[in-house]
Structures are given as C-alpha cells and as structure tokens.
Design a protein around this ligand. Structure first.
Ligand code: TYD
Ligand code: MG
Length: 450
C-alpha cells in the first residue's frame, strides 16, 4: 500500500515545506527549493515489537571493544579508536584524500577484522590502481562497486563485516525515491537506512561525504545530527599537509586533531608536528609560539609583514589567525606601546597556514609585528606564549607547564611567558631560560635582539 507524496526541500538547509517558494523561509537562499516525490508507506503497520526496555546493567559496555583505525592520528580524533556499531561521517573537499585515508585504514583493519569497502564513485579497476599505490599487504579486504542502496544493504548483510565504508554517500541512490543522487532527500534517506543497519548488526560504518564550497556537508548539514561522529578532512592544494578535525563526537572530545602528509604512496602520519610548522632561522617578523591542540602542544611559527601603507584604509590580512584577533592586537599595540599602526599595512600568517585558535598566540603575533616594523629579529632561539589583555597586560595561558616542556624538548633556549609560580619556574631551571613579562610594553622593550 503506497501512494506518491510530494514535498519541497531546500537543497541548502534541508527545510521541508508543502509548497514551492522562490526563497527558503529558513536560510533565505534563492532558488534552492526542489520538489521531491517520495513514496509514502505507513511505516508502523507491520512492525512487530519484540524489544523490551532494559537496565544499564544489562547493556554490554562498548568502551573496551573499540578497534584501531590503523592510524594513531585517526584514532586520536575518533576518541581512541572506532566504536563498533557507530556511524562516522568523514567530510572534505573533493580531491583532499578521503578515499585514500579510508582505503589505507581499511587495509590495516582488514588484517584483523572483516572489512567491506563500497565504492560508488570509482570502478573496481580504479580502486585497484589506488590500492597498488598504497603498498598495502592485506588480502582479505572486500571491495564492492555499486550505487544502488538496496544492493549495498544486501551485500553488507551477506558479508556481515565489522567495519564498512561508503564512498561516497552522494553517489548512492535509493531507487524508491525519484530525486537524483546527492540531493538532500537521497542523502538523508540513504544514510538513515545505512545507520539502522549499522546499529542492528553492530557494524561500524564510515560514510564519506563531499563538502560544498561554503563548507557545509552536502545534503547540507542534514547528516550531522544523524551520525555519531563527524570529522572533517582539511588541507589545501598547495601544501601536502592534511588535518583531521573532529566536529562532533558522541564518544570523545572534539578538540583533537590528526595531522598527516600526502605522499606518493598515500598518507603518512606526522608524529612530531612542531617540526613541520616551524623554521629555525631567526629573522625579523618571525616568532614561534607553542599552541594547544586538544591534549597536545606544539610549536608553530608566526610571520608578520608590516609596511608603510599607500591606501587610505591600511590593509590587514591573516592566514591561520582570526582577523578580529589581529585587529585587537594592533589596537593594543597602538594604545600601550604608542606606535601609530594605522599608517602601516599588516599581514600575518602562521607556519604552513596552520589554524591557531589558542589565544596564547597573541604575544607571538604582537612580537612578530613589532619585529617586522623595527626590522629587528626577535630574541635568538625563543618562543612566546601569552594572551594579550585589552589593557596591555600579558595574561596566563592554559597548560603553560606542558607548553614549556614542549619548547624545552625542541631545544628552544628562551621562552617568554606571563608571570609564573615559583615551583613551576624551578622545574625548568636548567632546561630552558624563562623570561617573565607582565605587559606588552615590557615585551617590546626586552624581546627584540639588541
Ligand atoms: P582522493 O583520496 O581520491 O580524494 P577524495 O576521495 O577526497 O576526493 O585523493 C586524491 C588526491 O590525492 C589526488 O590529487 C592524488 C593524491 N594522491 C597522492 O598524492 N598520493 C597517493 O598515494 C594517492 C592515492 C593520491
Ligand atoms: Mg574519493
């Protein structure tokens, strides 16, 4: 018993309406609404309810049964490995390396567990070419090239893997629906069927999704609430570095990042990120800061270029640092060091364009700007940590002990920090020279080479 039902769905935000509008009532985008016809079935007619409510004691804990993705960096972002029965959405721009990381991971997992890789975008031969590039030695990984959802579900049921991959959700098609693959309703319907299967059979499922230009997951955002974990794979076409960033995680924190490098034979983990975001040369306009990323601390360079402006409005641009943060730092320098920065253009970029969100990078940014302006290098072999307050004071930073430890481990000789407790200072007595400062004026007077 089924009848056709027509709904109108915004392809940008996923809002459903019963009639057509030229402009979406929710996200205000124009011409984004598309009519979609789905077959209406009374879902509840033939459900035999044989489930019963149970207590926590009767539920087996999945905490200990996580399995590794084969990459420590990937496991870290997942919160310590893959949880059986969980659904992970891996998003990223086309060409960033999603299929590559997932195939490498599948190869490693399949050494111990049953894994099924479903490719909807590439033929079996294409996947094989990639596989040969990746130097994997598993022989048990199962590949299935298909775009039809029912066939995929049937195959997953028959293989009954521990881990299944769908590459990608935009290529999969539920033939009961008339909309085209990749549309919001297709993406949503396919994902929810796959998710039900994952939960029913306790299969860990990884769904790949391409992102649109504005950064929303296509089938825009509509999958995020459905799945357990959302991870973004980021990077740019110029550099070979790639970051895995957790956006949502029902089983762990979203602060962690995983760092990789794309090589000729696939992705390699970067275990010592401090080395790739810094350069040892001591030149005007470049400082090093130690930033907090999840449970890790690592060194990143901050470069500034300050030039006399030829514009009525001086130019300010940033890469890796929030532009509003730069405006605030410039205002603090202008007011508390007494330098008229409105006459200068100012460009700030982090090493490798790494996105720093830790406010303790302020001091490094400020010293880079002053160093470039004066054309004097900063203190030799130094690192700067501290958040700048609006009244010019250098404020305490999170995890200062760990940051100093990382600087000492890297062999940095001087570290400039806000005022410290005595016992913390004594800890590092012979390891690194600690210079305490309380405000930006003091930093300016003492942190550039004489
Ligand atoms: P791919 O995993 O196909 O991206 P996605 O699935 O996100 O669309 O990665 C494609 C890019 O990665 C392509 O530009 C080639 C490059 N690449 C390497 O540099 N080394 C490799 O070993 C592989 C397999 C791909
Ligand atoms: Mg791909």
């Amino acid at each position: 018993m089924s009848s056709k039902l027509s709904t109108f769905i915004c392809q940008n935000c996923g809002t459903e309406t019963s009639q057509y509008f030229g402009k979406c009532l929710n996200c205000n985008s124009w011409n984004s609404i598309v009519e979609e016809i789905k077959s209406k079935r009374s879902k509840y007619q033939d459900i035999k309810n044989n489930k019963k409510a149970i207590t926590f004691n009767e539920i087996s804990s999945t905490k200990t049964s996580r399995f590794t993705s084969g990459f420590r960096e990937f496991d870290r972002v997942l919160g310590g490995g893959i949880v059986p029965g969980s659904v992970v959405l891996l998003g990223g721009e086309p060409g960033i390396g999603k299929s590559t990381i997932v195939l490498q991971s599948a190869g490693k997992i399949s050494l111990n567990e049953k894994v099924l890789y479903v490719t909807g975008e590439e033929s079996l031969e294409q996947v094989k070419i990639r596989w040969e590039r990746l130097n994997q030695n598993s022989i048990d990984l199962k590949i299935f090239a298909e775009t039809n959802l029912s066939q995929i579900i049937e195959e997953i049921r028959s293989v009954n893997p521990c881990f299944a991959i769908i590459d990608s959700i935009q290529a999969i098609h539920n033939h009961e629906m008339e909309s085209s693959p990749g549309s919001v309703s297709q993406v949503r319907a396919c994902s929810s069927e796959l998710q039900n299967l994952a939960k029913e059979k306790n299969i860990a499922l990884l769904i790949i999704g391409h992102v649109t230009k504005d950064g929303a997951l296509a089938g825009p955002k509509t999958l995020e609430h459905l799945v357990d974990v959302v991870i973004n794979f980021e990077g740019d076409n110029i550099s070979s570095h790639r970051l895995l960033r957790g956006i949502k995680n029902r089983f762990g924190s979203t602060f962690e990042i995983g760092i990789f490098e794309m090589l000729e034979d696939g992705l390699r983990e970067i275990k010592n990120p401090s080395l790739i975001f810094t350069d040892k040369e001591n030149i005007p306009g470049v400082t090093t800061t130690i930033t907090n990323e999840g449970t890790r601390q690592f060194a990143v360079d901050i470069q500034a270029l300050v030039n006399k402006t030829f514009y009525s409005n001086p130019r300010r641009t940033t890469t890796g640092i929030n532009i509003n943060r730069l405006h605030q730092i410039l205002a603090v320098i202008e007011k508390h060091v007494g330098i008229k920065l409105s006459e200068f253009d100012c460009y700030v970029a982090t090493g490798g364009g790494f996105e720093i969100n830790d406010p303790s990078s302020d001091l490094g940014v400020a010293i880079s700007i002053l160093s470039s302006l004066k054309n004097i290098p900063p203190l030799e072999s130094s690192s700067f940590i501290g958040e700048l307050g609006l009244s010019g004071q250098v404020r305490k930073s999170n995890n200062l002990r760990k940051k100093i430890e990382e600087a000492a481990r890297l062999g940095i000789k001087n570290i400039v920090v806000p005022k410290l407790e005595e016992d913390l200072k004594n800890n590092f007595k012979n390891l690194i020279n600690i210079k305490e400062i309380s405000n930006i004026k003091e930093a300016f007077d003492s942190c550039l080479l004489d």
